[in-house]
Design a binder for this molecule. Structure first.
Ligand code: G4P
Length: 533
């Protein structure tokens, strides 16, 4: 393999990550502050303002505005200290967790953001589980340190016990009379003493930096804070875990940072360490073995499809994460699933949703490819036509409903809409017999309730098929693999609904977990799966 120095350099300096958190932990605020320190915006407040502005751009996004939530993701690219950073934004609302999971597949590391009073919350736990399964490096940021929160040692102990990951504080908070005044960076042995500006954190915080052995440190911090810091450092060094890069890369040890996204305190020390510690794009598994990012042949996979981003053009954009090689406009690739050639004539890059055309892109980057309905989530685009990345796992829906067209003559539109929503990954559709789309009533599944509302809204406004839902109480699906006659017998004997997903895989629906376990333990002539096999 010939080594292209420009490609090599681009890979070395790429950092692609996503933030995982429970709503309200401060993800929007932190994102904004990272963009501020990355020079991508000049005054914080822009992301939130843009969030409001962009609601005007699409009518189904009106729903987001009414609900005050963000249901779409975007990709933000910025530079810091010679690094090119791609921050993959994840939807904030828990009902859209499936979308969030897919974004994590496209990231190389995750930043777990915690509220200093609440620690690990429900949604953090779910997203953490996905990162852990993928053995992704996970960085922890404890936010809102400007307010008195849980004792840092106690908080980290809780994180370790709850999530089963070791914590290694890289920065440590410094308090003076309960006020958060700075952080100590244990790797650099530097103290950052911040001053609050008078613009509520809209611009970078003033900071003084001193080495741990600087004789004037006591004066800068005050004797009480200084004494406490010396005590804390000794305690961490003696009683804490030691730092291990391999454990960090395997996702079993999390580097921890303390910060206040609101006041900007500790944000830059985090960013500075993060770019050095977080991994660049690594080799990814495919059907032809590991694909090295430095392989000059382009490859990537679709992890998200978004339709109708701009209501004036009924376009679909496929978000492609580049895994190897370099992208340049005009590149010819194979759409591996269909074997058809595809010319990537134009591609878009995103900065907080402002689209711009790009000249080149590298592993770790995300490009938006215009699509006329051929691409699906998980599809591989590659110069080598025998290479396919392992599929993006589906996540089991937790809500099911029959979907009925209000006007029976609109059945064609309903089917077209459902097909599109399925390809985008916005819905999972099931049928009662095989993949027969003419079966009287398709059944839709969603990870969360809100996803149904978006489905109905889009079916009506984009496909002209107003529908209503009839809820099904059973909500625990188990995919089943075995002889067809046996599967049908189990469904009959156990009185369960037998469905087929869009690919024709059979599944049974259960009312409650207890009843499900009871059946699974007894019916061992088939194998059961949480998600589609
Ligand atoms: P999210 O995207 O994770 O849901 O959180 P977001 O950034 O919207 O922040 C949620 C709330 O927490 C906001 O307050 C925000 O100002 C506050 N917050 C974020 N970071 C910090 C921090 O470091 N310290 C403190 N004290 N608060 C923080 P809000 O009152 O809901 O909204 P707003 O009126 O301030 O926008």
């Amino acid at each position: 393999m010939t080594i292209d120095p420009a490609l090599h350099d681009a890979i070395r300096t790429r950092r692609t990550f996503a933030i995982i958190s429970h709503p309200d932990a401060g993800k929007t605020t932190l994102t904004e502050k990272l963009l501020l320190y990355g020079g991508a915006i000049h005054l914080a407040g822009t992301v939130k303002a843009r969030r409001q502005q962009r609601h005007a751009t699409s009518d189904w996004m009106q729903m987001e505005q009414e609900r005050g939530i963000s249901v779409t993701s975007s990709v933000m690219q910025f530079e810091y200290d010679g690094y090119q950073i791609n921050l993959l934004d994840t939807p904030g609302h828990e009902d859209f967790s499936e979308d969030t999971y897919r974004v994590l597949i496209a990231a190389d590391s995750a930043v777990m953001l915690l509220d200093n009073r609440k620690g690990v919350e429900e949604r953090t736990r779910q997203l953490f589980a996905v990162c852990k399964r993928r053995r992704m490096p996970i960085f922890t940021v404890v936010n809102k340190c400007d307010r008195v929160g849980e004792d840092p040692l106690k908080l980290l102990g809780d994180v370790e016990a709850d999530l089963g990951i070791d914590c290694y504080p890289i920065t440590w908070p410094i308090h003076s009379n309960s006020a958060f005044i700075g952080v100590y960076d244990r790797r650099r042995k530097l103290i950052y003493r911040f001053e609050r500006g008078d613009d509520h954190g809209a611009s970078e915080a003033d900071v003084q930096v001193k080495a741990l052995d600087d004789p004037s440190l006591g004066d800068m911090l005050g004797s009480e804070a200084h004494g406490q810091l010396v005590h804390d450092i000794a305690l961490l060094d003696e009683a804490g875990h030691s730092f291990s890069e391999s454990a960090m890369l395997a996702g079993t040890l999390s580097p921890v940072f303390f910060a206040s996204a609101l006041t900007n305190f500790g944000v830059e020390p985090f960013l500075r360490e993060f770019v050095e510690l977080a991994p660049p794009p690594m080799a990814r598994e495919s059907t032809s073995g590991l694909v090295n990012p430095a392989d000059p042949n382009f490859s990537g996979f679709v992890f998200k499809i978004q339709a109708n981003m701009d209501p004036r053009h009924r376009d679909r954009i496929a978000f492609v994460r580049i895994c190897s090689g370099k992208f340049a406009p005009g590149l010819s690739v194979t759409h591996v699933r269909t074997g058809k050639p595809l010319r990537l004539s134009s591609a878009q890059q995103f900065l907080a949703r402002e689209r711009s055309m790009i000249e080149e892109a590298f592993p770790g980057d995300v490009i938006g490819v215009m699509d006329r309905g051929t691409l699906r989530i998980g599809d591989t685009l590659a110069v080598d036509d025998d290479l396919e990345f392992s599929g993006i796992p589906r996540f089991a829906p937790e809500h099911f409903a029959r979907i009925v067209a209000a006007d029976p003559l609109k059945r064609k539109q309903l089917d077209a809409g459902l097909r599109q929503l399925t390809e985008e990954g916005a819905a999972q559709v099931f049928y009662t017999s095989g993949t027969d789309t003419l079966s009287p009533t398709p059944i839709v599944g969603a990870v969360g309730q809100l996803q149904f509302d978006v489905m109905l809204h889009r079916l009506e406004h984009e496909y002209g098929a107003p529908c209503k839902l009839e809820k099904i109480t059973a909500r625990y699906p188990r995919w089943v693999v075995g002889a067809q006659a046996e599967i049908e017998r189990i469904a009959r004997d156990r009185g369960r609904m037998l469905l087929y997903d869009a690919k024709g895989h059979p599944l049974l629906l259960f009312e409650d977990q207890w009843g499900m376990r009871w059946v699974l333990e007894r019916e061992t002539s088939v194998t059961w799966h949480d998600v589609a096999p």
